[in-house]
Design a protein around this ligand. Structure first.
Ligand SMILES: Nc1nc2c(c(=O)[nH]1)N[C@H]1C(S)=C(S)[C@@H](COP(=O)(O)O)O[C@H]1N2
Ligand SMILES: [Mo]
Length: 308
């Protein structure tokens, strides 16, 4: 489809990754922080967010496309890579309804001809305490919401994944309530960090990662980033998201990454970076997954352990 990608990853990244690795290693060694290694180095955030991108080295295409959660294809991490190839993603359209000025069915090609596709190298933190760095291609969700025209009374956005059990074997079993549903508060949805991803590494988005169009909200646990979206509804009331519905004690609506609020069954203070190696130390989890400066203002005055 025309206009999907404006900046092939391969053209822009290798040199920068190389330079950043040098800066990180040089900087830490120069400051003597690597002496003694261990906990100290582990707690230092060894990256910065420049513009929208983290300076950390991205995970490989292989890692990002072979270790997935997409329960519509089964609960194993390798099930999506094995079974999602059978999903038909063309034609694709997104129904936008509820409190909008121009409700209707928006064809994917039409959407892509009206939005700006960017590359965003985001940190990604699953609620299960593993993480990756992913070079997405996509556009800001606010652009799509502006196409539909958000009505003044709208306060939340509800998202729905495709329901097609013929092609999604997990949907033939009661693993979760289908279709998968997620939601954001309107100000979260309009935030420039919130994107609809259409690709990764400058390639079309692989089916196992939520083709052809999936939400990515980098400061929230991965389950908020709903895949293969077919419906977006603007609402006045907070939508009931699938994981909260399945277990509201363990999963809330906000689901902001927060090392201070444990999951009832495990700590969220640290995480395992996929691909770091069997003996690599776990790394410290950061509030709002490292995007505190950009998003903390959205939650001013809110009790984040109450609103988990
Ligand atoms: N429709 C749908 N969206 C989903 C999921 C799912 O099972 N179904 N899993 C979520 C979870 S738990 C995570 S961690 C991310 C994983 O995204 P990735 O496989 O692209 O890394 O997708 C999220 N979006
Ligand atoms: Mo997850």
């Amino acid at each position: 489809m025309a206009g999907r990608i404006n900046r092939p990853y391969s053209e822009v990244t290798p040199e920068r990754v190389y330079l950043n690795r040098r800066a990180v290693i040089g900087g830490l060694a120069g400051a003597g922080l690597l002496a003694g290694t261990g906990a100290r180095a582990q707690e230092m955030p060894q990256f910065s967010i420049e513009g929208f991108d983290t300076t950390e080295a991205p995970n490989s295409f292989e890692e990002i496309t072979n270790y997935n959660n997409f329960y519509e294809f089964g609960t194993g991490k390798e099930d999506p890579a094995r079974y999602a190839g059978a999903l038909t993603t063309d034609p694709w359209s997104v129904e936008i309804d509820g409190l909008v000025e121009r409700p209707g069915s928006y064809g994917l090609g039409d959407i892509l001809s009206k939005v700006d596709i960017d590359e965003r190298i985001y940190r990604f933190r699953c609620v299960e305490a593993w993480s990756m760095v992913i070079p997405w291609n996509g556009f800001e969700l606010n652009q799509l919401l502006d196409l539909a025209g958000v009505s003044p009374s709208a306060r939340y956005v509800r998202f729905e994944t495709l329901y097609r059990p013929e092609e999604m074997p997990g949907q033939r079993r009661p693993i979760l309530e289908w279709p998968y549903v997620e939601g954001l508060r309107l100000d979260e949805a309009m935030h420039p960090l919130t994107i609809m991803a259409t690709g990764l590494y400058g390639r079309e988005l692989p089916n196992q990662n939520g083709a052809p169009l999936r939400l990515v909200v980098p400061w929230k646990y991965g389950f908020k980033s709903i895949k293969s979206v077919v419906k977006i509804t603007l609402t006045e009331d907070q939508p009931l998201n699938t994981w909260k519905r399945s277990n509201h004690r363990e999963y809330g609506f906000y689901s902001n990454v927060n090392p201070e609020v444990s999951h009832p069954r495990w700590s969220q203070a640290s995480e395992r970076r996929i691909g770091a190696g069997l003996f690599a130390p776990r790394q410290a989890t950061l509030k709002f997954n490292g995007y505190e400066e950009q998003v903390a203002g959205l939650y001013k005055g809110m009790d984040l352990s109450e609103n988990y």
